[in-house]
Design a protein around this ligand. Structure first.
Ligand code: SF4
Ligand code: SF4
Length: 158
């Protein structure tokens, strides 16, 4: 791994303190955490809950360029594997940190890049339905459509 990637740290990035739900703190999705000093850090860092301790976005793991830290791009790349689901092999989630940032050329580039690698992509806005993007050639079976609808998601179009 490149030296620059090994040295990546969250530093003053607090991007993931807004979009995600943290049940331990009764923090809803899409709202800043009350313990977040935005652009500075976590006020309860030593005692932050497990999901906060464990979350590492793809940028932190080496995805993209150094300048693409999520507090600058305002979107968080997050690759997850969900066993026993359609996403056994992975789902590329892109979390919105500021309104409108799921519609930028940067987000579109990441989305197309993942789809070209046959990875399903989920756009997660601060509010409103999540959009699922399907790799070209995949069949949207009735089961999948029902699952998407039950989850409150919609099928996205690029
Ligand atoms: S979005 Fe990534 S780089 Fe930013 S604080 Fe969260 S894990 Fe760290
Ligand atoms: S507890 Fe800290 S790390 Fe977790 S969401 Fe709140 S401010 Fe961010």
């Amino acid at each position: 791994m490149k030296e620059e990637v090994l040295q990546r740290t969250c530093s003053s990035c607090t991007a993931c303190c807004r979009p995600m739900e943290i049940p331990e703190l009764e923090k809803p999705a899409g709202k800043w955490c009350r313990y977040c000093a935005v652009g500075k850090g976590c006020r309860i860092y030593q005692n932050r809950p497990l999901p906060c301790q464990e979350f590492r976005c793809e940028w932190l793991k080496g995805f993209g360029q150094r300048k693409d830290r999520p507090d600058r791009t305002k979107v968080i790349p997050d690759f997850v594997k969900i066993p026993d689901s359609l996403f056994d092999d992975g789902l590329f989630q892109i979390w919105e940190v500021a309104r409108g940032k799921l519609n930028t050329p940067y987000t579109q580039y990441m989305t197309k890049y993942a789809l070209a690698g046959r990875i399903w992509v989920l756009h997660i806005p601060l509010e409103g339905p999540k959009l699922l993007f399907v790799p070209r050639g995949e069949t949207l079976t009735l089961d999948i459509r029902i699952g998407v609808s039950e989850a409150g998601w919609e099928i996205g179009q690029l």
